[in-house]
Design a protein around this ligand. Structure first.
Ligand SMILES: [Zn+2]
Length: 200
């Protein structure tokens, strides 16, 4: 059985196609062919009704309708936020590189978690949409990361590991976590998050 296609994949691919060909006019066929190729290459079933999504993007104001069944993308009409997401092809590459698992907890869709592609360095801080700036996170760690940033999420995560190590009386892991907390202190990161082992 083939994997289920991620939500929004078709729309994102169509956007990517048009954005990389600004002001060029296209009929449905070349767009549909390219999108189909990307989807199949990523291991999903051949999509149908791609033209419907092209029309939807026109209705949303991203594509300009030149003539019946002919559309173009005009950067001057573009809304900024549309450009800030990872292009769908990069997104698929990031997921593949991370083996379709959260880079923090290692869980994947087989375990029932939803995967997100996250900007390591946030867009608001100048992070780009490159392969290197992307990472796969589960919903839980995505929220943690979004709310706390990279090092803070790391410390929070080690607090979780530390708690279960204490429960399991895993001395080796307890010692490791303490060294991690020491490193945070030594380098002056995230001092506002209290370490769980009672050290100041
Ligand atoms: Zn996770």
């Amino acid at each position: 059985m083939k994997k289920q296609r991620p939500r929004g994949m078709i729309i994102n691919l169509i956007k990517e196609f048009f954005i990389s060909h600004p002001n060029e006019e296209f009929e449905h066929a070349p767009v549909v062919d390219w999108v189909t190729e990307q989807v199949v290459k990523s291991g999903y079933e051949t999509p149908r009704d791609i033209w419907r999504s092209i029309r939807l993007l026109h209705e949303r104001g991203l594509l300009v309708k030149v003539d019946e069944g002919i559309y173009k993308y005009d950067p001057d009409y573009e809304h900024e936020s549309d450009l800030q997401e990872f292009p769908e092809t990069i997104k698929q590459e990031i997921l593949k590189r991370d083996r379709y698992r959260c880079v923090i907890c290692g869980l994947g869709e087989e375990e029932g978690v939803k995967l997100h592609v996250d900007h390591k360095r946030p867009k608001s801080k100048g992070g780009d949409n490159s392969l290197e700036n992307g990472q796969t996170l589960c919903s839980q760690h995505n929220i943690l990361k979004k709310n706390y940033g990279q090092t803070t999420a790391g410390k929070k995560y080690f607090i979780e590991i530390y708690a279960s190590a204490v429960r399991n009386k895993d001395e080796k892991m307890i010692a490791f976590c303490e060294s991690v907390f020491d490193a945070y202190d030594e380098h002056g990161y995230n001092g506002h998050i209290k370490r769980p082992d009672g050290e100041p």
